[in-house]
Design a protein. Structure first.
Ligand SMILES: [Zn+2]
Length: 48
């Protein structure tokens, strides 16, 4: 199941499944928002 996460910066992160979304969201955070980290639970909670 594809999942999407709308980052507060306007970036839309999409993953083919939960693992992919979590990986991509965490890499976006480390590149675009250094110092900000979300746990897997937070990412899944915010995803739609
Ligand atoms: Zn962002």
């Amino acid at each position: 199941m594809e999942m999407y996460l709308n980052c507060p910066c306007g970036e839309v992160i999409e993953g083919v499944d939960e693992d992919d979304l979590v990986t991509k969201a965490q890499s976006h955070l480390s590149e675009a928002h250094p110092g900000r980290t979300y746990t897997r639970e937070q990412i899944v909670f915010m995803a739609s």
